[in-house]
Design a protein around this ligand. Structure first.
Ligand code: HEM
Length: 180
């Protein structure tokens, strides 16, 4: 069970690196604002439409930025895998830090949808301003990152990483990102 917990912890770390790198790319183009703009990008059906600036920047990311749609999908998929692995971690680890991580990954995901201003629009959660969601999104990610690094160091002090563990975690994370 120790080895399994170490494997899941390691996969969480690599999955978080993918979320962080794809998130960093998205953040470069994303406009966390609730103001209204007229979309004038490549996506014909929406050209000339009034919409929230955050949503417009997400459409621009998908259709005007090379690789933008792929990175958006990878960020989304890595976020889902992060959530699934956090659930496994809780079931195996049952420590306070695993529950904290699961709670924050869920909050990070919800805040991601809030920031993207698409899924929550029209619900009471959609009334929360986009910059607030985006701030929560980055704060949750920061704490998740700190929790994962802290527990990974504790784990490595208890049981040093082996090349097999690192190799297996990388392959399994890559495979799951591919199939999800
Ligand atoms: C706990 C870690 C994180 C989780 C669970 C997470 C999850 C999500 C989710 C579910 C979305 C909505 C995707 C969609 O609409 O299709 C999203 C959007 C976004 N995330 Fe994250 N994310 C995390 C960390 C980060 C980090 C560290 C950054 C930046 C450095 C970031 C930047 C963004 C941006 C800019 C968007 C909006 C653009 C878009 O929807 O494509 N995220 N995130």
């Amino acid at each position: 069970m120790e080895r399994l917990r170490q494997l899941v912890g390691e996969m969480l770390l690599y999955c978080f690196v993918v979320v962080l790198l794809t998130g960093g790319f998205l953040a470069f183009f994303f406009e966390p604002s609730g103001g209204t703009v007229v979309y004038d990008g490549a996506y014909e059906p929406l050209r000339g439409t009034f919409m929230p600036a955050g949503f417009a920047s997400m459409i621009t990311l998908s259709y005007d930025v090379r690789g933008g749609l792929f990175i958006r999908q990878l960020h989304h998929t890595a976020a889902i895998l992060l959530g699934l692995l956090a659930v496994c971690w809780v079931l195996i680890g049952r420590s306070r830090i695993t529950f904290l991580a699961l709670g924050l990954v869920s909050l990070g995901g919800l805040a991601g949808f809030g920031a993207a201003d698409d899924l929550l629009t029209g619900t009471f959660l959609g009334r929360v301003p986009v910059p607030v969601w985006y701030g929560l999104h980055l704060l949750a990610a920061l704490i998740v990152g700190a929790a994962l690094v802290h527990s990974s160091r504790e784990e490595a002090a208890r049981q040093p990483r082996t090349a097999e563990l690192v190799g297996l975690s990388l392959i399994l994370t890559g495979l799951l990102l591919y199939v999800l």
